[in-house]
Design a protein around this ligand. Structure first.
Ligand code: PLP
Length: 478
């Protein structure tokens, strides 16, 4: 590592990236390449001798860019956003510079301690109960993704139940959630050895705006306990992936408490909105939760990956995930005065991700972060109003945050309209001028317009809507 060479190359790379952001609107938002496009463009094997940075950057421009879908484009409205920011970027750079592997406190005390501090800051910002703060029995940890977050708490809950009911009870343990819950829960159940028939994804439909009904849950629980099964884990979502449904946390929390289930809240997307006092109500009921998760890498200006998880009982996690091989033993760990985050997660190694969170919090400040969220919600409201004005379209579920679920209404005598909406989605995405995604709710194919890219402004919303209207007109005329 030659410092002067780093300076020269890194400056070049920053210029390259800045130019990319400057011209990002010139690229098709959704990559238009065919599968396997890259193999024909690159050599069969790695180069024997070093090449220049310039030749690599030329290849990025010619060969990589066409295969990139531009998540940072202001006309990106698909899935959920994946925010990048200057602060997030700089934090990533610094993390890459130190390149520590902070599995135990001793491997880089600042990595562990900064993570504890910024997670406490965030917990206070979200007004999470004090039990989630590191000063008590709980605490926060940065996981890579919401999928890892739900996996580790499911393992902790499983082992807690096995200690209570005996090792042989694994096949009796039952998990509950709505059928709108992210598939990450199902994957966690698979990994956690939960019997495939014991993952109850309870039907949530239009009558509850796709939120889990406490009555449906109670009925299922009575039935299961009468059959000798053991309820042990309830997962609620604040902001489901399909339509941002919000499960009724206070009622679900009470049910979880009465059955002594672990209560996990997945607020991967919508948690960010809850830093605004007017949206904090959506996590009322978090008091009864055992764990709470949100992805800063979605809508909090923090580059991927950064999924924050808080637990009330850190020992439950540690009991499930700790190992203590000789080669990792050290005095600090033995005093039990320090946190060793290796015992709160699946891998051993971990990056210094708290740096980027710290940078985001400090370089923006809470007020600007709140303004950022509010602006996206205002833009989503604007899009919703445009849709409402055109009688050919309908809003399918109430908009709560910055996702609008809508569809083009089928013509008279036309079946359902699913094909029509699929064609509309394909047409606008193939134009390269915008990217939206879809879901299916109650058998209806629905278009999802998620506002949340940092560069999106009102003119991008208007242009996207104009394109949707034009393609809809063309489809309806055929
Ligand atoms: N939970 C919700 C509500 C989500 O929307 C998503 C992804 O969009 C996930 C979990 C999974 O996120 P991750 O990719 O961080 O595992």
């Amino acid at each position: 590592m030659d410092a002067e060479q780093l300076r020269e190359h890194a400056h070049k790379m920053v210029d390259f990236i800045a130019d990319y952001y400057k011209t990002i609107e010139d690229f098709p938002v959704l990559s238009q390449v065919q599968p396997g496009y890259l193999r024909n463009l690159l050599p069969e094997s790695a180069p024997r001798n070093p090449e220049s940075l310039q030749s690599v950057l030329d290849d990025v421009q010619k060969k990589i860019f066409p295969g990139v879908t531009h998540w940072q484009s202001p006309s990106y409205f698909a899935y959920y956003p994946s925010n990048s920011s200057i602060a997030g970027f700089l934090g990533e750079m610094l993390s890459a510079a130190f390149n520590v592997i902070g599995f135990s406190w001793i491997t880089s005390p600042a990595a562990t301690e900064l993570e504890m501090i910024v997670l406490d800051w965030l917990a206070k910002l979200l007004q999470l109960p004090d039990d989630f703060l590191s000063s008590g029995k709980g605490g926060g940890v940065i996981q890579g993704t919401a999928s890892e977050a739900v996996l580790v708490v499911l393992l902790a809950a499983r082992d807690r139940a096995l200690r209570r009911f005996g090792k042989d009870s694994l096949k009796k343990l039952v998990v509950y959630a709505s059928d709108q819950t992210h598939s990450a829960l199902q994957k966690a159940c698979q990994i956690g050895g939960i019997h495939p028939e014991n993952c109850r994804l309870l039907k949530a439909d239009f009558s509850t705006n796709y939120a889990l009904s406490p009555d449906v849950l109670s009925e299922e629980l009575s039935h299961d306990t009468a059959s000798g099964l053991i309820p042990f884990f309830l997962c609620a979502t604040v902001g489901t992936t399909s339509s941002t449904a919000v499960d009724p946390l206070p009622e679900l929390g009470n049910i979880a408490k009465s059955y002594e289930m672990w209560f996990h809240i997945d607020a991967a997307y919508a948690g960010s909105a809850c830093i605004c006092p007017e949206y904090r109500q959506y996590i009322n009921g978090v008091e009864e939760a055992n764990s709470f998760n949100m992805n800063l890498h979605k809508w909090f200006l923090t580059n991927f990956d950064c999924s924050t998880l808080w637990v009330k009982d850190r020992h439950a996690l540690i009991q499930s995930l700790s190992t203590n091989p000789e080669f990792l033993k050290n005095k600090a760990s033995q005093t039990e005065m320090v946190v060793d985050y290796k015992d709160w997660q699946i891998p051993l190694g971990r990056r210094f991700r708290s740096l980027k969170v710290w940078m985001v919090l400090r370089l923006y400040g809470i007020e600007n972060l709140q303004k950022y969220i509010r602006n996206h919600i205002k833009l989503a409201e604007h899009f919703e109003a445009l849709v409402c004005k055109d009688p050919r379209f309908e809003i399918v579920t109430p908009r709560i945050f910055a996702l609008v679920c809508f569809r083009l209404l089928p013509r008279k005598n036309e079946d359902g309209g699913n094909k029509l909406n699929q064609n509309l989605l394909d047409a606008v995405n193939a134009s390269g001028n915008m990217f939206i995604s879809h879901t299916v709710l109650s058998g209806k194919y629905i278009l999802r317009f998620a506002v949340g890219a940092p560069l999106t402004e009102e003119n991008h919303i208007n242009a996207a809507w104009k394109l949707l209207q034009a393609e809809a007109s063309a489809l309806l005329a055929n």
